[in-house]
Write a protein that binds this ligand. Structure first.
Ligand SMILES: Cc1ncc(COP(=O)(O)O)c(C=O)c1O
Length: 379
């Protein structure tokens, strides 16, 4: 009789953050939990890009090509990579890229180095496949700063893949250029894949964004998205930069899943990539303004919270000084104050909360005011 083997995907852990969002994203009034900037409308896209209503009306819903249209891939390669469209695949958000990367390149028993804490998709898929995870700890006592020497110790000739995300969700910490170089060198020395989640790459507060590692290392695979820095999470658009051979594997997998993107999404994405700076500059300015407001609030509430100022992205990890159960606190905040905040339990840090400051400035101020009330009077 044939023995039944387990299907790894049936073993995958529930996605805690997505589940929290499912519960509260639509039932709250003020969002200070999400990790992206304020979202754009289609009308705003007409104004900020060369997209016209006429173009949308003329879209014919034919199939798109497996990797995405050449023109779109060219635009992405020119902006975020080495100009070579052959190394670009467009995806339904970076989540799809992540799923293809893990399932396309990992096998049970493979050794994988991952950040901890970290966005769950970046390790739970590998875990469900049966990989051996080695955690690169971002330690609370070090303000969650990544220690590159620790990473070097974890990377061995047995390492198949190193998965990182900088600027980092949820802490907002990042690497210096020198540290990124050292990481690439350490991964290249053992010939492992370097998975670089660049979801927040374009929003940094000091200096310039880190370059894409695929410019220096051919076994690097990186993901980008319009969901975080570009205010378009509902467009479900992202991309993956990797060698042609690696992308071929992903196409093979996607042939059984989503096949390709919609030509309408590709058209909108094309215009956005071409005018990306128009969107980014507005949200970058807002992020700076909001971060200043948040910094002042933290200073005034030191009795209740602690943090380390984020280096990039629009989220940060706030430590709650007198609350050990952030989940109970966040349930209370959502149900009583109608404010969405993410409990640190989604990242295995129960005394922290993920705070998102990328939204409308008026929402941020209102959210902080309600948060103050809850902290000062209820807990
Ligand atoms: C670090 C990181 N990577 C990837 C994603 C997935 O985003 P999307 O699929 O919308 O591009 C998220 C979403 O929160 C994230 O925080």
């Amino acid at each position: 009789m044939k023995t039944l083997t387990k299907n790894p995907i049936n073993e995958i852990a529930p996605a805690l953050l997505e589940s929290w969002m499912r519960d509260y994203y639509f039932s709250t009034e003020i969002d200070i939990g999400s990790s992206g900037v304020e979202n754009f409308s289609l009308t705003e896209l007409y104004q900020l890009t060369n997209l016209t209503q006429e173009e949308l009306k003329n879209v014919v819903f034919h199939d798109s090509s497996s990797l995405g249209s050449l023109q779109l891939r060219q635009a992405i390669a020119s902006r975020w990579s080495n100009g070579n469209p052959e190394q670009v695949m467009v995806t339904h958000g970076s989540s799809e890229a992540n799923f293809l990367i893990m399932n396309g390149l990992l096998n049970a028993g493979d050794e994988v180095v991952v950040l901890d804490p970290c966005y769950q998709q970046l390790f739970s898929i590998a875990e469900s496949i049966g990989c051996q995870l080695k955690r690169w700890q971002l330690r609370c006592q070090n303000n969650f700063a990544p220690d590159i020497e620790e990473a070097k110790k974890l990377i061995t000739p047995h390492t198949r893949m190193v998965i990182v995300n900088f600027p980092h969700n949820p802490t907002g910490t990042s690497l210096s250029q020198q540290e990124q170089n050292e990481l690439i060198e350490a991964v290249a020395e053992v010939g492992a894949y370097l998975v670089w989640d660049a979801a927040f790459a374009d929003i940094v507060y000091d200096g310039i964004p880190l370059p894409n590692p695929n410019l220096y290392y051919d076994r690097s695979i990186s993901m980008g998205t319009f969901s975080k820095c570009y205010g378009l999470p509902g467009l479900r658009f992202g991309w993956c930069l990797a060698s042609k051979e690696v992308l071929e594997r992903f196409v093979h997998l996607r042939d059984y899943m989503t096949l390709h993107l919609s030509p309408m999404i590709e058209l909108i994405a094309q215009r956005v990539v071409e005018k990306a700076d128009n969107l980014l500059s507005i949200r970058l300015q807002q992020a700076h303004t909001n971060l200043d407001i948040l910094s002042k609030w933290v200073e005034e509430h030191q009795e209740f919270v602690k943090w380390s100022r984020p280096q990039g992205g629009v989220c940060t990890f706030l430590g709650l000084r007198s609350i050990s159960d952030s989940e109970a606190f966040c349930h209370h905040l959502a149900n009583v104050y109608k404010v969405l905040l993410v409990p640190g339990t989604c990242f295995n840090h129960p005394s922290h909360v993920r705070f998102g400051f990328g939204g409308a400035t008026s929402d941020l101020k209102e959210g902080l005011s309600r948060l103050s009330k809850a902290l000062v009077t209820d807990f």
